[in-house]
Ligand binder design. Sequence first.
Ligand SMILES: *Cc1c(COP(=O)(O)O)cnc(C)c1O
Ligand SMILES: [Zn+2]
Length: 448
Amino acid sequence: MSAAAAFRAMFRCFHGCLGEYPLDQILYTCPQCGGLLEVYHDLEPLRRVSAATWKEMFAHRMARGPHPFFSGVWCHKEWVLPAVDEANIVSLGEGRNPLVPAPQLAQRYGVEQLWVKLCGNSTTGSFKDLGMTVLVSQVNQMRANGTPIRAVACASTGDTSAALAAYCAAAGIPAVVLLPENKISAAQLLQPLAHGALTLALQTDFDGCMAVVKELTRRPDIYLANSMNSLRIEGQKTIAFEICEQMGWQVPDWVAVPGGNLGNVSAVGKGFEMLHALGLIDRLPRLLCAQAERANPLYESYRSGFQTFQPKTAQPTLASAIQIGNPVSVHKAIRTLKRFNGVVEQASEDELAHAMALADRAGLFVCPHTGVALAAVEKLARRGEIRADETVVVISTAHGLKFTETKQRYHHRQLDGVTPHLANQPISIPASVDAVLQAVEERIEKSK
Ligand SMILES: *Cc1c(COP(=O)(O)O)cnc(C)c1O
Ligand SMILES: [Zn+2]
């Protein structure tokens, strides 16, 4: 795209204070009101390219690349981070996540079409790669231009830290991750260790880690990688672009996403709004944000018509990546949900575990958070809020292989408060054909 220099993006205050700040300034909150920033794209130059040309160009890059445009994030570079030099982009092939039909679940829930967007099929096994490639590329560019950033730091429930560690390792930038001790999975703890990040287990919960990292990154040489840094949202919003591309530019009726710190529900909304504003789609979906009942401050706010919002102490939940009681991006989420006629629903431990097991039975291998979203879809469908003729896309946020302990405990019937209807166990038998055949006879029906 020859006119690349014309595309402009900058930070602006989310709450509407005047002022624009360049993306290479170290700034996470509005200097005037202290609220969150958002990346604002000047839509005029983007509008000078027709919707049809954009669609063609995205498809061409998706098919042909070359690196880094082969990435599901960077094939949309002009819409994401127009001013980053190609040479500074740190890509691990993120995005390009399958959108697969789940007809067995659709039938069970009573909806016409249910699709699952497998965002956990990625380098670090969660959708956090989408935002992290953007943030680390921007940091890489700032360091190349002489900004003295010594390290990039985040607080995490396990997936942000894995993504930060991987992208920093790829770029050769030191990473510092703050994790709540004993509250993340073994795989999630191993990931930053393997990537060589300075990995600190804090004796607190996620909200406690978040408070520390906010203080820490007041120093100009330690850059903040949490999603309160709105650069992350720019990558996450490409989920909406991919969904529409994969559906032949049709828009689903509903998009469901599990919510914890609540950056992602607003990111998905932002992606759809941008597509709509630039004429690539002609309507918007409704959004469903799904929370674990044990970490549900947004759900409670929704029940009050978003009149009030009360942070709370999140209780332990199998959906550990969304065990957050004081979500940083709550105001962004509420604004997005209002614009998208959104709904917030919650799922108990029993409901999320059952939904997860059911999805696995349908050939997926989903994480507990995706279980929360699926359980929420089921609830809305059963009470008719999602109609039988509607199309639903569920964003599957992480790969089930990151959460094998949870699945193991489910199948070993060791989860408190969960009735494991679908538990399945290995059967120990002698090493003989007879013994195998006997097991088949006993457990698998004859074909008709
Ligand atoms: C981060 C994360 C979420 C929630 O995203 P938020 O922006 O924090 O609401 C959901 N599922 C998984 C697996 C995650 O890592
Ligand atoms: Zn402001």
